[in-house]
Design a protein around this ligand. Structure first.
Ligand SMILES: Cc1ncc(COP(=O)(O)O)c(C=O)c1O
Length: 488
């Protein structure tokens, strides 16, 4: 049995045997769970003993038979921990000798177990690399194409271009340089202003500052958590050159409104789709609206290449310019001859190979993300202390990271809630800080930004990795509600 199967499938129910059973029944349970032991319980789920395949072997050698009752053989002085034991303490107790620890409540009722394979920890994100990723990486190594030339780079670009409905795609080293390269290729530089939402990852604003242009940080709407078109409109000056809508947490921006403003004022639009692969607006994929789109394939993104990014352009000439800039600004016809001051922003063939394999599974990955979001929405709906993430009528949210809003009472105790949940093996994460709250970006504040402050104060992201099962999400939701109700 592979580690993955054991980690995913061995639920507590598959680990238990009723105390009325015999050794034959025990072997059947152990054979199915692949863990080498089972937990013996009474009809109220009280844990009475632990029985390993070694215990059974020794009993048979001593003359017991398969019909011997389990309570004659099982270990009754086993180690168990309380279900509320912090995860790190559980992990400290697991050793070479004790691989499985039953977790019980104060009445001795078996609630769960932990092992070195199945830690009770749900990270906020982790990649799912169970397709052709390894095979394609091995192919790169076997064929010696490990640098930034090779068939996977081109294939990855083609697949992304088709998926996003944009003809020209360039694979780059990460999402931040995708933004920077795009801005430089669009001609953004000193004297220009770029409108950026005040609630986003700092890469957006950093990329603008590195071009020499001035970012203008404006507010978001409470029903999309993305750029507020009316704030965009009132922030436009003679220097404004680009609007950067960021499709935050997988929810699309109101692209009709933003594109109308851009057209009216003759502005360029760079869509930041780092968190929004698979998101669409009125049925059209994000990234396909503006002049350019940037994606990130960092390890926590919907699909990943470890580190990586993609920038896409509608205009072939701008894309050609970006391609040269990506490769040191070197002439395409004369090696080592430079007509531009460029960068090395290339992606390796190995990373692209992972990207190609990930894109083969993109529909499956997005489907799973929707099941996760639907389950959270269903389980948390009744909890009046939480506000569920937005989903406008025109939006297909890809739910990159499922993020809820806490009420005021919980918001003030957010750190404590995060720590308590982590001790129970559930990693959660606060949302971004408003950029203009930070000293380095304060000077770029472009509006009151009260909505971004509110969402930032109250936001909490929940485990959202692709391989979460429905049951995992149900368990996590129940635990969150329990912790919320116990928080003082
Ligand atoms: C909205 C947004 N833009 C840009 C980036 C930057 O991408 P990367 O981390 O690949 O540089 C991120 C990153 O994580 C992001 O969330």
């Amino acid at each position: 049995m592979s580690v993955e199967i054991l980690m995913q499938d061995t639920k507590i129910e598959k680990m238990t045997l009723d105390v009325t059973g015999n050794l034959r029944d025990a072997l059947a349970v152990i054979d199915k769970n692949g863990a080498g032991l089972c937990f013996v319980i009474d009809n109220e789920d009280r844990l009475l003993g632990v029985l390993s395949d070694g215990d059974i072997r020794r009993a048979l050698l001593k003359g017991d038979t398969l019909n011997t009752k389990v309570d004659e053989v099982m270990a009754k002085n086993f180690i168990a921990l309380h279900i509320d034991t912090p995860n790190h303490q559980i992990q400290e107790t697991i050793s070479k000798k004790i691989k499985y620890i039953p977790l019980i409540d104060s009445d001795g009722i078996l609630k769960d177990y932990s092992s070195n394979l199945q830690s009770r920890c749900h990270p906020i994100m982790q990649p799912s690399l169970r397709g052709n990723e390894l095979e394609y990486v091995i192919d790169c190594i076997k064929t010696n194409w490990i640098s930034s030339q090779g068939s996977y780079v081109q294939k990855f670009e083609e697949v992304m271009a088709e998926y996003c409905h944009i003809p020209n795609a360039l694979a780059v080293s990460n999402g931040t340089v995708a933004l920077h390269l795009s801005l430089v290729a669009l001609g953004v530089g000193e004297g220009d202003e770029v409108i950026v939402p005040n609630l986003t990852f700092a890469a957006c604003v950093n990329a603008v500052i590195h071009t020499g242009a001035r970012p203008v940080l404006v507010d978001i709407t409470s029903d999309t958590w993305t750029l507020d078109p009316s704030e965009v409109k009132s922030s436009i000056t003679d220097s404004t050159k680009v609007i950067m809508p960021v499709h935050l947490y997988g929810h699309p921006c109101d692209m009709d409104a933003i594109m109308a403003i851009a057209r009216q004022h003759n502005l360029l639009v760079l869509e930041d789709c780092a968190e929004a692969l698979g998101t669409s607006y009125k049925g059209k994929p994000v990234g396909s609206f503006g002049d350019s789109a940037a994606f990130s394939f960092f390890g926590n993104k919907t699909i990943t290449t470890g580190e990586g990014g993609m920038v896409l352009f509608h205009d072939k000439n701008i894309s050609e310019k970006a391609k040269i800039l990506r490769d040191h600004g070197m002439s395409k016809t004369k090696r080592y001859w430079h007509n531009e001051v460029g960068f090395n922003y290339r992606l390796t063939n190995i990373q692209a190979a992972i990207g190609v394999a990930q894109m083969e599974r993109v529909d499956e990955i997005l489907k799973k993300k929707h099941v996760i979001a639907d389950t959270y929405n269903h389980e948390l709906f009744a909890c009046s202390r939480l506000t569920l993430p937005p989903s406008a009528d025109w939006a297909t949210n890809s739910y990159w990271m499922f993020t809820v809003l806490l009420d005021d009472y919980l918001s003030e105790r957010k750190d404590k809630l995060i720590t308590n949940l982590l001790n129970k093996g559930i990693e959660t994460r606060p949302v971004f800080y408003p950029l203009d709250d930070m000293k380095v970006f304060k000077q770029y504040s472009g509006s009151k930004n009260s909505v971004s402050r509110n969402i930032s104060r109250r936001g909490l992201s929940l485990p959202s990795y692709v391989d979460l099962s429905k049951e995992d999400v149900r368990d996590i939701s129940k635990l969150i509600i329990k912790e919320i109700n116990n928080l003082d």
